[in-house]
Design a protein around this ligand. Structure first.
Ligand SMILES: *Cc1c(COP(=O)(O)O)cnc(C)c1O
Length: 457
């Protein structure tokens, strides 16, 4: 190891995108026009965009070169073989089926496996995974162990294995078409899953002859945490850790917009021949021919190169350390954040920061709006706006009111992050002045995308 403690971005900048700097006054006006919903802003009016880490990363020189090399033959394109081999290197599943993004892989898999009466367990379902399972009439069940918030555990994303056993006992193995483990556990704050937990889940699946699939969107970040925190992996190369994770599963779904380091793409993979055949039939109906799925040849090239880069140690050290740099700086200045800091985002506990704003006046939304007005930072409320509305039209507080600062990959520099820290500290110091909001218009479902708000005085 080198002696220097400053961990630098392991890349130089090759092409720049301008950031338009706006004034507080302008931003207040734009936010008002957007009905206090950050999804309705023009992205040019955002200074630092931390809405999501999905598809927002910067591609490398070699990925752009791959874009040029992309071969758009309808069937059997060389770019398909490059893609297939790159996926196969890390995830040696027998069948690899490209899709336009992660949810398309989910849609296809659950269309084959899901049905009313079926139950899909997962450590924690991502929202599109849950929605695609439920759209078939199946039940999506989260088996997240309950921890006190703030408990510092190295693998807080683990599945509750005892709960999985109980579920199989109660519902019967025939009701369960597949067991899912999401790495890292996105909805739990990007917390990692240990190899020991994956092995324990595998053992349960073996005993009951159940297939295990990975929702592998952040597989490389998960592998890095295993290497850092799990005994026996201190010197295991990252690709070997990834292959070991894959060896414990029968298949996977993937969004290349995360650890594919690409702006679009995904895939579905599995060992089971007959399942693969049924999935490919659906793929042709909704995505495309099996050698391109929903993607252009050039996208397949970008993903293949992204997979080579995402498992590089210098990249992962920088990635995970820079997320922790933001989280630790906020925690040190007394801003309540969810700890330990996960891989791809920092979550501010808005309910704790703004105790004077009741959950049904949306403290998370109030904080997200303040970060935008003061510093042009776009974040995402993950709380009562997102989860508080029930299908019967009633509303109740979500379990937590969080604001997520998701970090796009290789996109912002340390000075951008220092700016974010300064703005969050400024807003936190004046938190008593923040006021809640009320919803003036909202659709019946997924209201967080389009609801309009009014500030309360
Ligand atoms: C993003 C994501 C998905 C869905 O992928 P898309 O490419 O956005 O469709 C599924 N699972 C997890 C854990 C994700 O983070």
């Amino acid at each position: 190891m080198e002696r220097w403690k400053t961990i630098i971005e392991p890349f130089r900048i090759h092409s720049v995108e301008p950031i338009r700097l706006s004034t507080r006054e302008e931003r207040a006006a734009r936010l008002n026009e957007a009905g206090y919903n950050l999804f309705d802003l023009h992205a040019d009016d955002v200074i630092i965009d931390l809405l999501t880490d999905s598809g927002t990363g910067a591609m490398s020189r070699d990925q752009w070169a791959g874009i040029q090399r992309g071969d758009e033959s309808y069937a059997g394109s060389p770019s398909w073989f490059t893609f297939r081999d790159a996926v196969h290197q890390l995830f040696p599943f027998k069948h690899i089926i490209p899709t336009h993004q992660g949810r398309a892989a989910e849609k296809i898999l659950f269309s084959v496996l899901g049905a009313p009466g079926k139950v899909v367990p997962n450590n924690t379902h991502f929202d599109t995974t849950r929605a695609n399972a439920e759209a078939t009439g199946a039940e999506a069940i989260d088996l997240t162990p309950s921890h006190e918030p703030g408990t510092r555990l190295p693998f807080k994303g683990d599945m509750d294995v005892a709960a999985l056993e109980r579920l199989i006992d109660e519902r019967g193995r025939d009701a369960i078409p597949v067991v899912f483990v999401t790495v890292t556990n996105n909805s739990m704050g990007g917390q990692p899953v240990s190899m020991a937990n994956l092995r324990a889940v595998r053992a349960v699946c073996d005993r009951h002859d159940l297939p295990l699939f990975l929702d592998a969107c952040r597989f490389a970040e998960n592998a890095w945490f295993i290497r850092q925190r799990e005994k026996g992996y201190e010197s295991t190369p990252i690709p070997d850790i990834v292959r070991e994770m894959a060896s414990l599963a029968d298949g996977m779904t993937m969004s290349a917009k995360k650890d594919g380091l690409a702006n679009i793409g995904g895939w579905l993979a599995m060992n089971d021949d007959s399942l693969a055949e049924r999935c490919r039939t659906l793929l042709i109906l909704t995505e495309g021919f099996p050698t391109y799925g929903g993607l252009a040849g050039r996208d397949l090239e970008a993903i293949a190169q992204g997979l080579a880069e995402v498992v590089e140690e210098d990249y992962l050290r920088y990635r995970i350390t820079s997320t922790a740099y933001l989280g630790d700086a906020l925690a040190e200045s007394g801003v309540p954040v969810i700890e330990p800091i996960g891989g791809h985002a920092v979550y501010i506990d808005a309910r704790a920061l703004l105790p004077h704003i009741p959950p049904l006046q949306y403290p998370g939304q109030a904080l997200a709006c303040a970060l935008y007005v003061e510093g042009g930072i776009r974040s995402c409320e993950i709380g009562t706006v997102m989860f508080g509305l029930h299908p019967d039209g009633t509303e109740s507080p979500a379990a937590m009111d969080l604001v997520r600062l998701a970090i796009p990959r290789r996109t912002y520099t340390q000075s951008h992050v220092d700016y974010v820290i300064e703005v969050v500290r400024f807003v936190a110091k004046r938190s008593a002045e923040l006021r809640g909001l009320r919803i003036v218009a909202a659709p019946a479902q997924l209201r967080h995308f389009t609801a309009r708000f009014e500030p309360l005085s």
